[in-house]
Design a protein around this ligand. Structure first.
Ligand SMILES: [Zn+2]
Ligand SMILES: [Zn+2]
Length: 103
């Protein structure tokens, strides 16, 4: 999904998060900013499979990773909500405009 809020990203941020492969499923950060440790078994970084308790590779999420994922999720949620509110306002405006021209 490409947000209409793409222009509002802070300077220095390259494009929207959806342009990249990321964000990382484990820490929630962009792939190039991933803070996850490299898996000693498969060499993957930030692969949730490695953290699976039964079938994983013995990796355990650190408090930092959990906290990071939570704050990144909050950020995406805030963006999604701002976008939803924008469209809601647009719909309301359209409805009002439609009412005005209506006899
Ligand atoms: Zn990560
Ligand atoms: Zn692994």
């Amino acid at each position: 999904m490409s947000g209409i809020f793409g222009w509002s990203y802070p300077p220095g941020c390259s494009g929207t998060p959806w342009d990249n492969e990321g964000p990382c499923d484990v820490c929630g950060k962009d792939v190039d900013k991933c803070i996850c440790a490299e898996c000693k078994v498969c060499g993957c970084q930030g692969d949730p499979q490695c953290y699976d308790q039964e079938h994983g590779h013995g990796l355990v999420r650190t408090a930092t990773q959990v906290e990071s994922l939570r704050s990144e999720m909050d950020k995406w949620e805030a963006i999604a909500q701002a976008e939803a509110e924008y469209w809601e306002a647009r719909a309301r405006e359209d409805a009002m405009a439609a009412e005005e021209v209506w006899p």
